[in-house]
Design a protein around this ligand. Structure first.
Ligand SMILES: [Zn+2]
Length: 305
């Protein structure tokens, strides 16, 4: 429905307004006759009952009439945001895949947290073509940042130094431009190849990560299930590159007192859609009402709202 149709529909609705108005006036006249009749007979309770029924009808008729389908379309043109009715079911669906959020990856850089957030929510809102590139960006940026971080370290594991070497080889092949970090010129497949030392026993994972480039650059539409699979696999890859400690700390905005509390948690619990029960840590909160539940979701900030 375009804006034109909407205006036409609204005009049609307004031209029909005399009909409900007429019904209301007719009811009022009828009401006067009936209630006078009962009042004359001294039947006050019946007169009151009739009055209540008439008031209920007078209120209901305009509401029903005005909330036609037109108003359901109006919000689209009014610019008010709407939430996807599917969101809840999609969250409970992805919950079954226990996608442990890349906690250690988030701590490296707040931008990473933001991009990942957008990738996940795009998927949840049914926008696979927005979701997958955002998640691939996480992978790409994650590998590059790992290189930068490891280069600053003095001691490296054999795996880490191999990774550094692999990237260095690629960097040497890149023509250097003035004032430009050659790291930005390494393409996704070369980055994935360099990071293969992190997946010694995971041939399929590596194969899948290589195929991501095709998914993004093909003209075809990215399907919903492809975006979901990418979300699961890329998150796993990020957790391999940036290993999460077993016990983690999460910050949550308390549902009871509104303050931000810090809780000790386990990485196994830190998955998308997991509902955890928490207690308010504010000493002022009464014992009986300090428990609340939180659905763990990616957040733009360190705090889960
Ligand atoms: Zn609290």
């Amino acid at each position: 429905m375009d804006r034109h149709d909407l205006i036409a529909l609204k005009a049609k609705r307004n031209s029909l307004i005399p009909i409900p108005l007429g019904i209301i006036i007719l009811l009022l006249i009828l009401y006067l006759f009936i209630s006078f009749g009962y009042l004359k007979l001294g039947e006050y309770s019946i007169a009151i009952l009739v009055s209540l029924i008439v008031v209920a009808i007078i209120v209901t008729v305009p509401i029903v009439y005005l909330s036609t389908t037109i108003d359901e379309y109006s919000y689209l043109y009014g610019g008010s945001p709407s939430t996807s009715p599917n969101l809840t079911s999609r969250v409970s669906n992805i919950k079954n895949d226990t996608v442990i959020m890349p906690y250690a990856f988030f701590t490296v850089n707040d931008n990473f947290r933001n991009i990942y957030y957008e990738g996940v929510y795009s998927y949840l809102y049914g926008l696979p073509n927005a979701s997958l590139p955002a998640l691939v960006k996480c992978l790409e940026a994650g590998i590059k940042e790992l290189y930068t971080l490891l280069k600053q370290q003095t001691t490296l594991s054999p795996k880490e130094s191999q990774f550094i070497n692999n990237i260095n080889i690629k960097l040497a092949q890149i023509k250097k431009h003035i004032n430009q970090d050659p790291l930005n010129d390494i393409n996704l497949s070369n980055l994935i190849e360099a990071a293969r030392v992190y997946y010694p026993d995971k041939k399929e994972v590596l194969q899948y990560l290589r195929s991501l480039r095709n998914l993004i650059h093909r003209i075809d539409i990215i399907k919903d299930e492809d975006a979901k699979y990418a979300l699961i696999r890329i998150t796993e890859a990020l957790n391999t590159l940036y290993e999460i400690p077993e016990s983690i700390k999460i910050k949550v905005k308390c549902e009871i007192c509104g303050e931000v509390h810090s809780y000790d948690s386990n990485k196994k619990e830190y998955y998308i859609g997991n509902v955890i029960s928490l207690n308010c840590l504010n000493p002022k909160t009464e014992e009986e009402r300090k428990y609340y539940a939180k659905t763990l979701m990616p957040s733009r900030t360190e705090v889960h709202f």
